[in-house]
Design a protein around this ligand. Structure first.
Ligand SMILES: Nc1ncnc2c1ncn2[C@@H]1O[C@H](COP(=O)(O)OP(=O)(O)OP(=O)(O)O)[C@@H](O)[C@H]1O
Ligand SMILES: [Mg+2]
Length: 268
């Protein structure tokens, strides 16, 4: 465990500078995020945890470009994010698949929208179907699939655009425990094999610890960043072929600390 802030690397992929977000509505203003400063580097797997309603999804929506900050700046490779585009792929808890399309058409949707040639689309979709373990289901309707398979379609649909960063909002929380663990292993291998950068929201401390290279904790609303720690468990799992890492003293200590932070029982 190390304080992530101590790791100095220049040129972050993503940079959030003094972000504040207030939702304005007729019934009053909601101060959702306060003074968020965060730098994410290539190939990091950043997991964000925090109490319900603290602003996790709001933070993701800002990075995706669905919402605009009330103040502050968000930069991707030094360029300010102005709106939604395929440089940042999003995967939600609810997969938002097109029910009337088959698996292939869901997966290659982004490429078709971007007007790529037929042959190139076919080639990229075949490769992605293979990577997602869905080659045998290319022609299946998505409503025929299990929850885990649907999330793999969702991830494939995002990944096919080759985004600089993948943003995931509690993507596995609706899955049963076993499928969830399978999907965690799947995502870890994908991250390890592709060297992609992942920003992953979860309310599950164990999920954050076994997936992330870094765990960021938010306070209750208005969400501020109250802790930022580097962790090695996910690399350990990769290096030791899916070994159990969650039984060590060190893991228990990290888990306890995160629990207390999320529960508001201790400061950073
Ligand atoms: N469009 C909106 N307009 C007004 N208030 C909003 C809007 N979106 C979110 N909020 C409020 O902002 C706060 C943060 O919401 P957000 O969904 O980001 O939290 P969260 O941490 O993702 O919660 P959860 O753990 O339940 O998913 C909440 O109080 C929520 O009610
Ligand atoms: Mg949320």
């Amino acid at each position: 465990m190390a304080d992530a802030a101590q790791v100095t690397q220049d040129k972050p992929l993503l940079e959030l500078e003094k972000i504040n977000l207030t939702y304005e509505s007729k019934t009053g203003n909601v101060n959702a995020l306060e003074d968020i400063n965060l730098r994410i580097h290539e190939n990091e797997f950043v997991c964000v945890i925090g109490p319900s309603g603290c602003g996790k999804s709001s933070l993701l929506k800002l990075i995706a470009g669905f919402e605009k900050p009330s103040s502050g700046r968000i930069l991707l490779e030094g360029e300010e994010i102005k709106g939604v585009d395929w440089h940042r792929g999003v995967v939600f808890q609810k997969d938002n698949l097109f029910e009337w399309l088959n698996v292939r058409s869901n997966i290659d949707y982004g490429l078709r929208m971007r007007g790529l040639g037929k042959a190139e689309i076919r080639e990229k979709a075949d490769e992605m179907l293979e990577r997602m373990g869905l080659a045998d289901f290319a022609e299946s309707r998505v409503y025929e699939l299990s929850g885990g398979m649907r999330q793999r379609v969702s991830i494939g649909r995002t990944l096919i655009n080759d985004p600089e960063i993948i943003l995931m909002d509690e993507p596995f929380s609706a899955l049963d425990a076993l499928t969830r663990e399978e999907m965690q292993d799947f995502l870890r291998s994908l991250w390890d094999g592709s060297r992609k950068t992942i920003f992953f929201i979860t309310h599950d401390i164990d999920e954050a610890l076994v997936l992330g290279t870094r765990v960021v904790v938010m306070s209750k609303r208005p969400g501020r960043l109250i802790s930022d720690m580097n962790v090695d468990y996910t690399r350990e799992i990769v290096a030791n072929n899916n070994s159990r890492v969650d039984l060590s003293q060190d893991y228990f200590k990290a888990r306890r600390k995160l629990f207390e932070l999320v529960a508001g029982l201790r400061g950073a």
